[in-house]
Design a protein around this ligand. Sequence first.
Ligand SMILES: N[C@@H](CCC(=O)N[C@@H](CS)C(=O)NCC(=O)O)C(=O)O
Length: 261
Amino acid sequence: MLTLYEHPLSPYAQKVKIALREKGVEFELETPDGMGSGHTAGDFIRANPRGEVPTLIDDNFSIFDSTIILEYIEDKWPTPALLPSSAKERARARMIEDVCDTQYEAINWGLGELTWFRRGEGELSEALRDRAADQTEMMQAWLTRQLGQADWFNGDTFGWADLSVIPYVAGSASFGLGPQETSSLGKWFQRMRSRQTVATTLKESAASTSAMETVADIIKQGLFKREYRDHRLEWMIRSGGMKVVLDGMQKDNIRFSNDFA
Ligand SMILES: N[C@@H](CCC(=O)N[C@@H](CS)C(=O)NCC(=O)O)C(=O)O
């Protein structure tokens, strides 16, 4: 049996769900107790000492990190192939994935911190939002250049690169920063949304957004410790949110990555 620990809003988990659905592989979904609070425990933390989703369990074998999970899925269920066949196209798909998982993800994560967790209210929040909007525009312009005249980021057909971009473009759209409908990226977005595996995954994400309306209060009660690490922490600092980081440390409602116990 295949179990995927996930959260519907996690873009990394969305990549994995789309891949499994494209391959027609059956899996069970589980959201770890205390997800995002910094207090996950039990089987989940034993499977992934980072305490992050997605984590895939295949018959007692656990795999973490969405890219490594995608590689495992492609190795174990090679058909239909999600990576293109030529070495250059494969490298290009992986570069697009890496940019989206790091630089693009950080922008949406930052918008989530401002919108859902109400960090840096007032002028600081406005300045960070403006910065995020500019960065989104630049990122989408870069993606548009990668797409060129093609229908798919992966080449002739849908694949790895497309499922790696969609969580982030959909994330931007949820903050009112989606691509223009008539642009090539906007048309790709529409093609992607009409694909069953993508539509199902985005529907699950949209259904869990309403739960985010209460999280700011939970933060205030000190029950949630958000993970600030890698590109996310860097985004907050370089975009002008050092105060948010310091406030979070002082109020003890942010955390950095786990020690490996
Ligand atoms: N590099 C990892 C990143 C995974 C990750 O950051 N997941 C987030 C959710 S989007 C998480 O589980 N964070 C733990 C937390 O919020 O406590 C991957 O590609 O899977």
